[in-house]
Design a protein around this ligand. Structure first.
Ligand code: ZN
Length: 234
């Protein structure tokens, strides 16, 4: 590894570590139940949280570097128990640079009910471009969670999937984008749930969803380099 590659990997470990604080800040996790990973650009490696370490105790040095088969190359601790699912996504989706998993309560309630979140508000049209879909029920231990994520999100605009009876997985071009999708997923899951307490919820018309998605993904935000889905909402 060159000095430049070393420095870039250390920066990525610090970034992935810091993004875990965002899961706490936005109320997406209880105890140690969520995790963030990032692909190491230009390599077959990823950075992921160690298993069972509280978010307050996480430091960049504790982050795990492993290959896309989950073999640990750097780090003293065991990687997150969800490492196989993250790795499967990176192996099968070259466009994905970050993956997030949470059991955030409102979104996971939809997952427990086995029901997609209907695209009923403009913020959903913007970020998800569709309903947030339900993925299959799958147990941890082999590739079935990864297969369920990739199988559900391939060809789908949504960067979030609600794995039935489990929780949320999100993908993004970067780990930060995947964290943003997880935050937005919980936000719209709560809003649409609250709307249903008031009565029937209508999905937006498809043409409006298409317009919202196109504008937000292609026009919205500041001019490059932070434009698009990763740009700050103002
Ligand atoms: Zn889980």
């Amino acid at each position: 590894m060159t000095t430049t590659e070393r420095a870039a990997l250390d920066r990525l470990k610090a970034e992935v570590c810091a993004l875990h604080a965002e899961l706490l800040r936005w109320g997406l996790v209880a105890w140690t139940s969520g995790n963030v990973s990032a692909r190491v650009p230009g390599s077959e490696l990823m950075v992921i949280k160690p298993s069972g370490v509280s978010y307050e105790e996480l430091t960049p040095d504790l982050m795990i570097v492993c290959d896309l088969d989950g073999k640990v190359l750097e780090g003293e601790l065991s990687p997150s128990s969800d490492t196989a699912a993250h790795a499967y996504v990176y192996r099968h989706r070259a466009d994905v640079g970050g993956v997030v998993h949470t059991h955030s309560p409102y979104a996971t309630a939809w997952a427990a009910a086995g029901e997609p979140i209907p695209c009923a508000i403009t913020a959903m049209g913007d970020e998800f471009g569709d309903d947030i879909p339900i993925g299959p029920f799958a147990l941890i231990g082999d590739d079935s969670i990864g297969q369920g994520i990739v199988g559900t999100l391939d060809g789908h605009r949504s960067p979030a999937v609600l794995m039935r009876g489990h929780g949320v997985f999100t993908i993004g071009a970067s780990a930060k984008a995947a964290v943003k999708a997880a935050v937005m997923c919980e936000d719209v899951a709560r809003t649409v749930h609250l709307a249903r307490q008031l009565g029937q919820v209508q999905r937006l018309q498809q043409q409006h969803i298409d317009q919202l998605y196109d504008r937000y993904q292609n026009v919205y935000g500041q001019a490059a380099p932070t434009a698009g889905p990763e740009g700050a909402r103002a």
